[in-house]
Design a protein around this ligand. Structure first.
Ligand code: KG4
Ligand code: ZN
Length: 361
């Protein structure tokens, strides 16, 4: 079965074609356009600007995905070879979601092809199944860590999700992003923090590990963000307060540079410690043998390495998507649709910015 996947929940506009057969999904193309450059000046995503950009990108991105998948410039011919269309219908920014959802509905209506609405967070989980050569065995514990969510799930089979816990305040990705913003770096902050952390000492600052020992599977990262702000203040003069405007003095001495590296390394270690400890605990308590990591933060090297090592120590099998599929993409949406094939009439699909772990409407 050949599925066209469309993803526009945040700032990316992505389309992909996958080929699903029995229990495997092969990626034939995955094209993503980002409006990140546009947001560099403001330091964050402006929803309306993102949606306006996505309107420009959506058709060229779909066209390129189809042409690449079938290796032909004849887009009309490629559309005949698609069996179904999958689209993210939530959670996300309403304007952005509408671009993908309305485009997918139009394709479904005009081409008379089945349409499968996909929850973005479930999409992330299915990035790990793409071009996977080792069988992923159920039951498993899935940790989905993105810019807006930190969710821990027990997954007993395809489509069978039990939410064990989530973040009470900021998501792990948001913590990376806001702390990076404090240091003067624009969205996404996670890659920048992890790059600076390479030269830092993770033990330099004793940041808290919020809720690491709590008896539930919830997370909290806002206290860690505040600790990072307070520690940064002890070392640097901060020009303005508030997450949106705070920047450091531009001219850092060598010693100051090292302090920034140490702050980043210590922050990253605190986030990783909490995520790994609680996920392994969930795996043991629910007696599962598999851990599956996904979401944008799963691109983080330290997080992947720590999970890898801790999984070996606990006799667990660890899976994560290739780094190129950790952040938002259309292929994961098409993959989720293949394993959860529940077409819905296009008239009944509406974008849902607040969607959580609910069955598809
Ligand atoms: O899943 P995603 O692409 O978009 C959402 O659904 O939110 O995740 C984006 C998040 C951002 O917070 C970004 O800073 C984080 O993923 N991220 C990382 C890394 N790459 C992306 N965080 C830590 N280390 C990274 N290498
Ligand atoms: Zn995402």
């Amino acid at each position: 079965m050949t599925i066209l996947g469309i993803e526009t929940s945040c700032d990316e506009t992505s389309a992909a074609v996958i080929e699903g057969d029995k229990n495997t999904v092969r990626m034939k193309s995955n094209i993503t356009a980002s409006s990140l450059g546009l947001h560099a000046e403001t330091g964050g995503i402006i929803p309306e600007s993102a949606a306006r950009e996505q309107l420009k990108y959506i058709l060229p991105v779909i066209k390129e995905a189809l042409q690449k998948a079938f290796d032909t410039p004849d887009t009309l011919d490629t559309l005949k070879k698609i069996d179904a269309i999958a689209v993210t219908y939530g959670p996300g920014l309403i304007g952005s979601l509408l671009v993908g959802v309305e485009t997918a509905k139009t394709f479904s209506y005009v081409l008379r092809k089945p349409l499968i609405p996909i929850n973005h967070m479930i999409g992330h989980i299915y990035a790990t199944f793409i071009d996977q050569t080792t069988a992923i065995e159920f039951p498993l514990i899935a940790l989905v860590v993105s810019g807006g969510h930190t969710d821990l799930l027990l997954m007993k089979n395809h489509g069978d999700f039990q939410l064990l816990g989530g973040t009470r305040d900021d998501a792990a990705g948001e913590c990376f992003d806001k702390c990076a913003r404090l240091l003067g770096y624009t969205y996404p902050g996670g890659p920048k923090i992890s790059q600076l952390a390479l030269k830092g000492d993770p033990k330099a600052f004793a940041f808290p590990r919020p809720m690491i020992g709590s008896h539930d599977y919830n997370f909290s990262f806002s206290g860690l963000k505040t600790a990072f702000l307070n520690t940064t203040r002890q070392h640097f003069s901060i020009k303005k307060t508030g997450w949106q405007q705070v920047i450091l003095d531009n001219e850092l001495s060598k010693k100051d540079e090292q302090t920034v590296y140490d702050l980043c390394a210590s922050l990253q270690k605190a986030i990783v410690d909490v995520l790994v400890k609680k996920t392994i605990k969930a795996a043991k308590e629910h007696n599962v043998k598999t851990i599956l990591l996904s979401g944008g933060v799963s691109a983080n090297d330290l997080l992947r390495e720590t999970f890898q090592n801790e999984s070996v120590n606990s006799s667990l099998q660890f899976f994560a998507p290739p780094k190129s599929l950790s952040t938002d993409n259309g292929a994961m949406i098409a993959s989720a649709a293949f394993y959860n094939y529940k077409p819905v009439n296009w008239k009944e699909i509406t974008a849902d910015p607040e969607l959580y772990f609910e069955p598809a409407k």
